[in-house]
Write a protein that binds this ligand. Sequence first.
Ligand code: NDP
Length: 489
Amino acid sequence: MPSLPEQTLYIAGKFTNAVSADRFETINPANGEVIATVQQAGAEDVERAVASAEQGFREWSAMSGTARGRVLKRAAELLRRNRDELAALETLDAGKPLSETPEADVDSGADCLEYFGGLAATLHGEYLEVDDAFVYTRREPLGVCAGIGAWNYPLQIACWKSAPALACGNAMIFKPAELTPLSALRLAEIFTEAGLPAGVFNVVHGFAETGQLLVRHPRIAKVSLTGEAGTGRTVASEATGSSLKHVTMELGGKSPLLVFDDADLDNAVSGAMLGNFYTQGEVCTNCTRVFLHERVHDAFMEKLVERTKKIRLGDPADPETQMGPLISAAHRDLVLGYIKHGRDTDKAELVAGGGIPHDPALARGYYVQPTIFDRCNDQMKIVREEIFGPVMSVLTFNDEDEAIQRANDTEYGLAGGVFTSDLDRGHRVAARLQAGVCWVNHYNVTPIEMTFGGVKRSGLGRENGRQAIEYYSQLKSVYVATGDCEAPF
Ligand code: NDP
């Protein structure tokens, strides 16, 4: 029996039954049980969502930035007030441990709404004088935007996309990943309670086909996707191909972490673990290629393996649990396939984990042990491909130039990190890593003020920070003559 009632769409400021008769189930990854049946949006539903968003856009875009900001800040407040309930919902649907979700999902979503709520009041154009005229620019919204989310940070992604979009005066239709549809609906309800006009934030559920309906819709102005690099390529080319939509693509990665021989090793081990095992390793920026200076390899590995073996895997709803299950049985099998390949074909040295946990209490969930392969080389499949699970590959280097060249030898460019006590080197390495985000002596912290996004196959455009505004608004120039036209005829 599902534990929650059938989940509807959210259109025109209220829960709305889908016209489409298609349904799917959302599953608790900790035990394989059905949480709820979910209504799937078909073409007619997407059409209704677009019409509702267009109506919401007219009212919302006419409001002042200050008034829009007030609504976003009220929504942030409501998110914080419902922190426990939202964290528990995210834990149930995504399998993320309750030791993470209050802060990493709910607080970070609230920070985002608050930050862009503040920025909304500051948006403005510019004024300049030219010959016989003056020119001013207006910062205008794009219109109806589509947000398409991944399943690893469902609520946070919905906030990262909607907050800057709404701050600029746009309306949004959000499609959560079909594996994690629940929290976006609660966000929609909270937006309405905060005073957001009907139609400004809508939720449609479904698979890639529903996403495609949004991507191909002629009256949608922008598509912002978080997903795999392959999905990003397809979506970006469809979105820009026919209707020249704006796009933001937050995609996958295979990021490097460089640990130099002067690093604080305990801190570096913490960074490597944060960047591989937090959220079960299902984090796009993870430093799944850990490059150790040969001189510190043994000392680092001893600490790393000892600490990794102590990670508490378990029911994500237990506050003591440090790692929960992966998102689905299919994803678990994919990750286990990579581990098998690493062991049997790549012949990397398995030094921790390597399979499913032995605890019979976890047998129904999609658990994978935190896994470390040592003595890897740059050609191995586990080193080259994004696994999106708790699998770390360790490599060694002897010299800075060599380490940077190998770190950059990937089609991805989302993130990177360096641990060193020499700050000159920290800045130097950060400057040379081909990545959208770099951390020096830390890893995977993403304060909302910090611009986020990838280079190379990891993405297009930026989220968070002031710069996100550029991706949800456009400038119009207005030329105002102070003299007469000088027509040659
Ligand atoms: P997917 O690319 O499989 O899916 C992402 C979203 O796109 C889902 O909502 C999916 O729907 C939808 N979708 C899939 N195909 C299409 C299509 N052709 N047209 C429109 N929509 C489509 O990614 P995952 O959900 O599996 O997420 C994991 C990936 O996301 C990893 O590669 C990870 O690195 C990346 N990621 C990137 C982040 C970043 O900020 N750079 C952050 C988090 C994750 P459905 O789910 O129903 O298939």
